[in-house]
Design a protein around this ligand. Structure first.
Ligand code: PMV
Length: 320
């Protein structure tokens, strides 16, 4: 085999953000906006990367031992994935790696993680190295930590397994949930937030105010456990209330913004069962639970938000 094409889904965090970084559980769903990674063998000694959505054109990388500090931002995750693959399975072929995305990297749908998984799964298929999903996760998680130093890895699990997952930090537990339907509206604030910056922000708050912040984390854990049951039972009334509680707890961590709140309150006032931010906070997307999607979508748009149409519970990484 000389060429492989893999596609991986983006993700949306439903419950448990930030607390999951400190050992708690979270719930994440894969979305049907996907990234394609195409890997071809070349008769050369370098790897060439093309990733137009992050302005990378014909970037030359080594098989392994790329110095991440010297690589432009858009190429770092691919370089880290190559480094880690090469440590376990030395590469001796030139490669052309190309990525094509259904969605903008600014939505916070986890494009970096989706690409990291795509490269490792693609190399696994192309080189016949037979890693299973957990081994792919471990290699991808190490790669993400090599680049950004922080993170729970929940987005990698969504990219690999797909569906809707109950996930504990570092992949200690990854349980698929039985979710048939999830009436969700997704609103984008128009503001791109940097996850690592907001994870560090919460880490600083925790250093300064350990007792209250740790207490907030433990309440978030309770909320996630209750949300798992409400989600599997399709109990939207309870799930909506739990979204509102989770949002209040995220506000107390300091990661809310006026733009997120405007969209969240507009959703609630137009009849949503509940609404919260999704992800690290500071911008990106909010989610609202409603079976009257049109009303909620209009309310979000009236407050300056953009509706993103994406199906949840999407399929995980697959060979195209
Ligand atoms: O900003 P996002 O969508 O990548 O979500 C970040 C979620 C955090 O819990 C804050 C970080 C993490 O890695 O779990």
């Amino acid at each position: 085999m000389d060429k492989i094409e893999i596609s991986t889904p983006g993700k949306l965090m439903l419950f448990g953000e930030h607390a999951v970084v400190y050992g708690g559980p979270c719930i994440v769903t894969a979305v049907d906006q996907r990234i394609k990674v195409i890997i071809e063998k070349l008769n050369s000694q370098t790897v060439v990367l093309n990733a137009p959505e992050v302005n990378i054109e014909n970037l030359a990388l080594n098989f392994g031992s790329n110095n991440l500090d010297q690589i432009p931002k858009g190429g770092k995750f691919v370089a880290a994935a190559l480094n880690n693959f090469n440590v376990q399975f030395p590469l001796d072929n030139g490669l052309r790696i190309s990525t094509i995305s259904d969605f903008s990297s600014k939505f916070g749908f986890g494009s970096s993680s989706a690409v990291t998984v795509g490269v490792i799964k693609g190399l696994n298929e192309l080189m016949g190295t037979k890693m299973n999903n957990q081994q792919i996760f471990d290699m991808a998680y190490k790669s993400v930590l090599d680049v950004q130093g922080v993170g729970s890895g929940f987005d990698l699990a969504a990219a690999i397994w797909g569906g809707t997952l109950y996930f504990i930090t570092g992949g200690k537990q990854i349980d698929p949930l039985r979710v048939t339907k999830l009436p969700l509206v997704i609103g984008y604030t128009g503001i791109k937030a940097d996850t690592a910056t907001w994870v560090r922000f919460v880490a600083n708050r925790k250093n300064q105010f350990a007792l209250p912040i740790n207490s907030v984390f433990s309440v978030i854990e309770n909320v996630v456990v209750l949300a798992k049951k409400a989600l599997e039972d399709g109990n939207w009334n309870s799930l909506g209330i739990l979204m509102d509680i989770n949002q209040g707890l995220l506000e107390s961590l300091g990661v809310g913004t006026v733009e997120l709140s405007n969209l969240i309150y507009a959703s609630r006032l137009s009849g949503a069962w509940g609404a919260k931010l999704s992800g690290a906070g500071g911008g990106d997307c909010m989610i609202a639970l409603s079976d009257n999607k049109q009303n909620v979508e209009q309310a979000i748009q009236a407050k300056g938000g953009t509706i993103i149409h994406a199906k949840t519970n999407a399929e995980g990484a697959r060979i195209e």
